[in-house]
Design a protein around this ligand. Structure first.
Ligand SMILES: [Zn+2]
Length: 170
């Protein structure tokens, strides 16, 4: 495939994500955000934001796309997949992209554009850079001697058992 063709395919997947965002406004189902996940040139997820429709504050387009792609591909690992999202991902979605091991992300609007449209997340990004005790949400460590037992049990499992848990085959 030559460079022009590659650029065209990226753009067509981005347009698909943007269409998802536009349709979402038209149908009144949620915010103006859409995301597409592609594996080996095939669309495995095409989703919009559904925060208000589902009363789920985590139902951003990118998280919805990750959930749909993982369900379809029957794996929690999206390595080798590409995400196209109508807007630069927020801190939650960026984290989800790392957890899902998506390698490449193309985005349309920037965080600044989102801020302009009333969907800013700069306050969250700023919070994440602060030590826990300086954040606006109260964080306090308690029950550490109980909590550590979960990790102790996990560490004691054999590598084979850990693999079975991770693969869902236990
Ligand atoms: Zn997000």
């Amino acid at each position: 495939m030559n460079k022009k063709k590659i650029d065209d395919s990226h753009l067509s997947f981005m347009r698909m994500a943007v269409k998802c965002a536009d349709d979402n406004i038209r149908t009144g189902k949620g915010g103006p955000f859409g995301a597409v996940i592609v594996k080996n040139g095939e669309v495995v997820a095409c989703t919009a934001n559904s925060v208000t429709a589902t009363n789920d504050p985590t139902a951003h387009a990118e998280v919805n796309a990750i959930r749909e792609a993982c369900k379809k591909l029957k794996t929690p690992d999206l390595e080798g997949c590409i995400m196209y999202t109508s807007c630069e991902p927020c801190p939650m979605c960026t984290s989800a992209i790392y957890w899902a091991r998506i390698n490449v992300v193309y985005y349309g609007n920037t965080k600044t554009d989102a801020e302009w449209a009333g969907f800013g997340d700069t306050q969250i990004s700023a919070e994440l850079g602060k030590p826990l005790e300086q954040r606006s949400i109260f964080f306090k460590r308690i029950g550490a001697s109980d909590a550590i037992r979960s990790f102790e049990q996990w560490v004691e499992l054999s590598e084979a058992e850990k693999s079975e848990v991770k693969n869902g085959t236990l």
